[in-house]
Design a protein around this ligand. Structure first.
Ligand code: DGT
Ligand code: CA
Ligand code: CA
Ligand code: ZN
Length: 575
């Protein structure tokens, strides 16, 4: 357990103490200690070894003991006791957007509700709106929060699903007798969230595969175990289906279970037009006068039997991909190898965890030609945003670093400048002019009406100092709804002003959404796949951004950071 993990435990402790109504000073002590742990530069191990832990400001004997306990055992007895002392329903309520410990405590005290179902009923009866400090708007927000929570609970972020799926796929391929194994479904289609995993295996002998699958570590429950189909649930709640087919059926079944449903419907219709019936079992004539097609052993063969080139799984969403394939217009999708750098990255100057030099070294190790630094601006005080003096110094540091020749990777000096509530920017024009580029982002006043938010963002896009728009909607997948904004109008404004809209590659964001990219890229909108890295490992988010870009049918020509350094330099200089 490192500093960040312990800080998280302390934050949870503070929340639960507050929920239980403990001494506010105690609550504050844990919150402060969490902040201290997050920001202190010293290594925790060194501090402990030197016996200097209690010398850190705000860390007394009690907190020090707790830190040692968590670090050594990975557990915290006080947290376990707290959890046991509070009704589980109240703790669950904390997951509802907009409900913190104070509000949950008030709901419990005023209405006696201690389950989500009870809270839902109280909202529907209008009793929540009557509590002091709540009101009709809050009541409505809680209701939609409960509805979202139910929907969210059913899905999983792609990286979490991948982490479970990859070792299983490796293992399945090693079971004796297995000739093919794939993870199909939404995972294969590179969807940003996944409902369940769908494994498909070809073997003549299903028994050992089923036994191996159901006995995997992390399987909490086997919900079905049959001869050719099993289902399990993992610790995280993620479920997985496994189907076993004979090798001769594998290509048909792989196509079928990759989906999407809508794509399958379109494929079946196309087959019918040719007098054929397509299913997970095969392709067969529906009328006696139609000749039976030769059996296929690959997806390429299956598509070819219907007169089509192979369609990459990420395009199979039933959004006109068959027509694209038919007319020979399938895009040459971007790959991670096409990426030559990235623009939206943070350092320790704002809320990043690695220094400028460490970030550049990591970018160089990825083989990138350039790295753009875009730390937060001063209005994002919670993220330690830079004021003009600090940004000026950072620009100088970057120029010096480039001149020193220490790295082959070129560094661009930028800023993630806040779009203020009225659409003006957090820096004066002279400051913006000294930068190589600027990413403009909304980080506050999320609750504006749609018209106001749209006008705010468009005003920022019209500013000549702005190169690109950061995370269009501010959504956090499965966690926070997007703020209200008219995306179509923002896209129009970006096109009209020759501005870029980023594809934020953080797997929680993937914003702007790939569904919007399909049409926007056709119209000539340029993007930049931006990792929004807050540490060196965050640069790897680029892969998630590329997955989303592929679903959005993006090719290298649509993406600024697929261009070589000289071209990018020219592009940025025209600003
Ligand atoms: P998910 O799990 O919600 O993220 O999405 P998928 O696409 O993985 O859906 P899932 O697991 O229900 O089914 C996997 C694929 O199997 C799906 O994409 C298409 C195929 N499939 C499943 N059920 C049906 C069905 O009732 N009709 C058709 N046409 N295809 C189905
Ligand atoms: Ca699935
Ligand atoms: Ca499934
Ligand atoms: Zn941001």
């Amino acid at each position: 357990m490192d500093k960040a993990d312990i800080a998280e435990v302390f934050d949870t402790l503070a929340t639960l103490l507050e929920l239980r109504g403990d001494n506010p000073f105690k609550v504050r002590a844990y919150q402060n200690a969490a902040r201290t742990l997050e920001t202190m530069p010293e290594d925790l191990g060194t501090l402990i070894a030197d016996g200097r832990l209690t010398e850190v400001r705000g860390i007394g004997k009690d907190l020090a003991e707790r830190i040692l306990e968590i670090r050594e055992t990975g557990r915290c007895a006080m947290l376990d006791e707290l959890r046991a002392s509070i009704p589980a329903g109240l703790i669950e309520m904390l997951d509802i957007p907009g409900l913190g410990p104070k509000k949950v405590k008030a709901l419990h005290a005023e209405l006696g509700v201690d389950t989500i179902a009870g809270l839902k009923k109280a909202c529907e009866d209008g009793r929540v709106a009557e509590i002091k400090g709540f009101g009709a708007k809050t009541q409505e927000k809680i209701l939609s929060g409960i509805a979202n929570r139910a929907a969210y609970a059913k899905r999983h972020l792609r990286p979490a699903a991948l982490a479970v799926a990859m070792p299983i796929l490796d293992g399945l391929r090693k079971v004796p007798g297995v000739t093919h194994a794939e993870a199909a479904g939404s995972l294969r289609r590179r969807m940003e969230t996944v409902g369940d995993l769908d494994f498909l295996v070809a073997t003549a002998e299903p028994g050992p595969v089923m036994d191996w699958f159901c006995a995997q570590p992390g399987v909490r429950e086997v919900t079905a175990k049959g001869e050719t189909k099993s289902s399990v649930r993992f610790e995280s709640g993620l479920q997985a289906d496994l189907r076993v087919v004979p090798a001769a059926q594998f290509a048909y079944a792989l196509h079928h279970f990759t989906g999407s449903k809508e794509h399958n419907v379109a494929m079946r219709r196309r087959a019918l037009e040719r007098g054929l019936s397509l299913s997970e079992w095969g392709l067969s004539p529906v009328r006696p006068e139609v000749a039976a097609p030769a059996p296929v052993t690959s997806e390429e063969g299956l598509f070819a039997a219907l007169g089509l080139p192979w369609i990459p799984p990420e395009l199979r969403e039933g959004m006109g991909e068959l027509e694209l394939a038919e007319s020979g217009k399938l895009p040459k999708l971007v790959t991670v190898k096409d990426i030559r750098g990235a623009f939206h990255n943070h350092t320790t100057a704002s809320d990043g965890k690695n220094t400028l030099e460490e970030m550049v070294a990591a970018a160089e190790a990825l083989g990138w030609e350039y790295l753009g630094i875009a730390d937060h601006s001063k209005s994002s005080f919670q993220a330690n945003g830079l004021d003009e003096a600090r940004l000026s110094r950072q620009i100088d540091d970057i120029r010096k670093l480039n001149a020193s020749g220490r790295f082959r990777c070129h560094v661009f000096a930028g800023s993630e400048v806040d779009i203020l509530k009225d659409g003006s920017l957090d820096f004066p024009d002279e400051m913006l002019a000294r930068l190589d580029y600027a990413v403009a982002s909304v980080h506050n006043a999320f609750t504006l009406e749609e018209d106001e938010m749209t006008a705010r963002i468009i005003r920022a896009l019209e500013h000549p100092g702005v190169t690109m728009l950061g995370h269009l909607t501010g959504r956090l997948l499965l966690r926070r709804e997007p703020y209200r904004v008219n995306a179509a109008k923002v896209i129009d404004a970006a096109l009209a002003n020759g501005k870029i809209i980023e594809l934020n590659a953080n797997p929680l964001r993937l914003d702007m959404d790939w569904r919007l990219w399909i049409r926007a890229a056709e119209r000539g909108l340029l993007t930049s796949i931006n990792p929004d890295a807050h540490d060196t490992s965050g640069l790897q988010f680029i892969a998630a951004g590329v997955d989303a870009a592929r679903k959005g049918r993006l090719e290298p020509r649509h993406i600024l950071n697929c261009r070589p350094l000289a071209e990018v330099t020219r592009y940025l200089a025209r600003r």
